[in-house]
Design a protein around this ligand. Structure first.
Ligand code: AFP
Length: 331
């Protein structure tokens, strides 16, 4: 049966119209969608074309760069640059901030073009994640630009593509968290508003359980007392794990690693990157009625970044669970 669904383009144009916003954001979103579609195509044929292996170089975090990391990064940079709407971009795959259009640009973007590298060799789900902040405007006049290090609560949008599933989720500030699906023609359609379910029956717990013994005592105790109440799920790619969480509710966490037998492997600041992982999901969760905090129990969205590749600990999910864990963390 032929179905006629509203397209993403139509949805976003109407959103801009309803909120009296500019066409610039439409041009930026068009670039992001085009990039995601291209990444998805390369990823789907990755094994066939031998593109899923290592590239031979190492990134800013000391991790081996994969061919697909480079392909995805180059695709995103190309389309963002062509949009002429980006002032500066922060990519997981670039040590330096990428300057695009300092004078005419309107947005800052923070992205991880292919998050979840342990899944790549298997062609399993990965994410293209991004957060967007806006130039400093004073009325209609462009104000002096401060800098690119914006806190999550200054993002105007954040989103993620779960590649290669054809699922795209976008949060628009004060306008909700929305999911779209790629149809037969690779067009994103069917905007569906996401509200985290209140029904605790479906709630899931998601974290790397192999790390449990390395967590702080308070977190380990909470896990011992509570884990039996939940179904446990972990994919190892934040976009995929968070996609489930948005549908089912519960909590995803990446706590501080404090008690690793090899002390070099401790990560008191956490593993995930604040600007293009934690803030991205925190904003989506916030718009879906949830919350996100760090190990100190402070809101992720309030953290003022000091460096663009800064890491953070993360507890994100249904509000009652985040409130409960916050009490434990603040003890
Ligand atoms: P990689 O891209 O280095 O695999 O990191 C993915 C990620 O940042 C995030 O997507 C996962 O939730 C998390 O790390 C998985 O980390 P562990 O492999 O330590 O569980």
């Amino acid at each position: 049966m032929v179905q006629f669904e509203q397209t993403f383009e139509n949805f976003i144009m109407r959103h801009q119209e309803n909120y009296n916003r500019s066409y610039h954001f439409l041009i930026l979103m068009d670039a992001i969608i085009t990039a995601a579609t291209r990444i998805e195509l390369y990823y789907r044929t990755g094994a066939l074309k031998d593109n899923l292996g290592a590239s031979g170089s190492t990134n800013v975090h000391g991790e081996k760069v994969l061919q697909m990391d480079e392909i995805a990064h180059n695709i995103v940079v190309h389309y963002l640059n062509s949009s002429e709407r980006i002032i500066q971009a922060v990519s997981e795959e670039s040590e330096e901030i990428i300057t695009m259009n300092m004078d005419g640009g309107r947005y800052f973007i923070y992205f991880d073009p292919l998050d979840g590298s342990s899944n790549v060799a298997h062609g399993l789900p990965v994410g293209f994640m991004f957060g967007i902040a806006k130039r400093n405007f004073e009325g209609n006049i462009q104000g002096p630009e401060d800098f690119h290090l914006r806190a999550g609560n200054e993002f105007i949008a954040s989103g993620m593509f779960v590649i290669p599933t054809g699922m795209f989720t976008l949060a628009l500030r004060d306008a909700g968290c929305w999911r779209f699906h790629a149809d037969e023609t690779n067009t994103y359609v069917k905007p569906t508003r996401i509200i985290l379910p209140k029904d605790t029956e479906k709630w899931e717990l998601s974290f790397n359980s192999a790390n449990t013994y390395t967590f702080g005592e308070n977190v380990q105790e909470w896990i011992r007392e509570n884990e039996k109440k939940f179904t446990f799920r972990y994919l190892g790619a934040l976009a995929g794990d968070f996609h489930r969480l948005l549908s089912n509710g519960g909590m995803f966490m990446y706590p501080a690693i404090l008690n690793h037998p090899d002390s070099k492997k401790n990560r008191p600041q956490g593993k995930l990157r604040l600007m293009y992982e934690a803030n991205v999901v925190a904003m989506m969760c916030n718009e879906a009625g949830g919350a996100a905090v760090n190990e100190a129990g402070d809101s992720i969205l309030d953290i003022k970044p000091e460096t663009h590749h800064q890491r953070t600990t993360l507890y994100v999910g249904s509000k009652p669970m985040i409130e409960e864990i916050t009490k434990i963390l603040k003890k």
